[in-house]
Write a protein that binds this ligand. Structure first.
Ligand code: ARG
Length: 463
């Protein structure tokens, strides 16, 4: 509802209050109240600094700092009445502070603007989310390591083009995701290190004539240093974009894994059984157990990457410094962060609870001529023929087996020798999947010993 009187915070030059539609499009309190704790932390640091530099009296600063704690406890207790007329979290907090402590509240906004205030609040909020995402990723990586360790030598088919390629181990497959999520971890840490500069004190855009101490506020809020250019400090949202971009890549990884779980849990594959705790039923088909959590994780990348694109579009045409367009930064980031945390937690839960169906994995590992490459490699090693020729000989044997409806190890030695005379009985040793995976001892290969070495390395890295 529009108020007929002008705004108490900035209405000095206004004769009338805003139209109701103006108020509706202008207000951000509906969503930026999520930054209340960060806003109050920023204001408390600012007040302490104003007192330390003699800009504010100690008694005013003490009243402000104390009053802000009261406001925070009211908000946390759900007793705070947010007002749309007061636009945003910054003015809602300050107005309430004025009711609580009187005129001293009006001194808090000395040497600052909502522009550096919101940039600081939002940075603090995003930093908290980065920390939470790092924790979520670490928990997921630990769950994957436990799966990899248990199944370091369980054989399964490895695919390219989703066609059987070569046998791999379950542990190796799990560890592939450990690599991906560890890169996500490192991207988030990079982003955190780069974003950890404090905008507070940049004021509206040009800095301030008051003798403030920006190092003091930066330090109080856990920043490494104050941001070095006031124009950039109030107009930069790279930190949010870096978070969204790291979140997008992480969500893409989660989605790929989710897709595999959907395939693997189908009746046609039966590679894994997802727990009841992370599955749902169908209201019409009694036999159904659906991988809904995996499907929803797969879908989350859409909205998270959408947020990344949306904020890029908001920012791309903005001249320096602050423009109100930038108020549109928050909802996208809030939504992306909420959904990333949920997806990470759901994936961790699914990975912890899922059961690999070892015998199905092993049976599938041996089908589809998965050891054809081992046969070709054997021909190179033992019969001494060039790989291209070995490839051709093996291809002929695959066609022969396919025509007979059997697998490669089911061909007789005589049949094999009819294609290449140099083949001996020893060849059957390399056609077994266990031998196949054990032989892939190159660094980063699928051999159980390599997988165990990688599990040990990551356990040490994670601490
Ligand atoms: N609610 C605003 C935002 O989210 C706060 C900054 C307002 N600054 C201004 N110059 N009107 O961006």
């Amino acid at each position: 509802m529009g108020d007929t009187s002008s705004n108490q915070m900035w209405g000095g030059r206004f004769a009338a209050g805003p139209d109701a539609i103006m108020e509706a499009i202008n207000a951000s309190i509906g969503f930026d109240k999520r930054m209340a704790a960060q806003d109050i932390a920023g204001s408390r640091a600012h007040a302490a600094m104003l007192a330390a530099t003699g800009i504010l009296s100690d008694s005013d600063a003490a009243a402000i700092r104390e009053g802000l704690l009261t406001v925070l406890s009211e908000i946390e207790a759900g007793k705070f009445t947010f007002s749309t007329a007061l636009e945003d979290i910054h003015m809602n907090v300050e107005a309430r502070l004025k009711t609580l402590i009187g005129d001293a509240a009006g001194r808090l906004h000395t040497a600052r603007s909502r522009n550096d205030q919101v940039a600081t609040d939002f940075r603090l909020w995003v930093r908290d989310q980065i920390d939470a995402a790092i924790e979520g990723l670490q928990a997921l990586i630990r769950a994957l390591l436990a799966q990899a360790e248990a199944g370091a030598d369980w054989v399964m088919p490895g695919f390219t083009h989703l066609q059987t390629a070569q046998p791999v181990t379950w542990g190796h497959h799990m560890m592939a995701y450990v690599e991906m999520f560890a890169r996500d971890l490192s991207r988030l840490r990079d982003a955190r290190a780069r974003m950890n500069e404090c905008p507070l004190g940049a004021a509206a855009l040009a800095g301030t004539s008051f003798p403030i101490n920006r190092d003091m506020t930066a330090q109080a809020l856990g920043f490494d240093r104050p941001a070095a250019n006031s124009l950039d400090a109030v107009s930069d949202r790279d930190f949010a974009l870096e978070f969204l971009s790291a979140a997008s890549i992480c969500a893409m990884h989660l989605s790929r894994f989710a897709e595999e779980l959907v395939i693997w849990s189908s009746a046609q594959f039966r590679f894994v059984t997802l727990s009841d705790r992370f599955s749902t039923g169908s209201s019409i088909m009694p036999q159904k157990k659906n991988p809904d959590a995996a499907e929803l994780i797969r879908a989350k990348v859409g909205r998270i990457f959408g947020a990344n694109v949306a904020l890029m579009m908001v920012m791309k045409g903005l001249p320096l410094a602050y423009s109100k367009d930038m108020q549109e930064d928050k909802e996208q980031v809030f939504d992306a962060a909420d959904n990333l945390m949920l997806a990470l937690a759901a994936m961790e839960g699914m990975v912890k609870d899922m059961t690999a169906n070892r015998s199905n994995l092993a049976a599938a590992a041996g089908s589809g001529f998965s050891t054809a490459t081992d046969l070709a490699d054997w021909l190179v090693r033992v019969a001494g023929i060039p790989f291209r020729d070995a490839h051709h000989v093996t291809g002929t044997l695959v066609a022969m087996a396919e025509a007979q409806g059997c697998d490669l190890p089911d061909l007789t030695l005589a049949q094999m020798q009819s294609v290449h005379a140099g083949i001996t009985d020893d060849v059957f040793g390399v056609l077994g999947v266990e031998n196949s995976v054990a032989s892939r001892m190159s660094y980063g290969g699928t051999a159980p010993a390599q997988v165990r070495a990688q599990v040990a390395r990551w356990k040490e890295v994670l601490g």
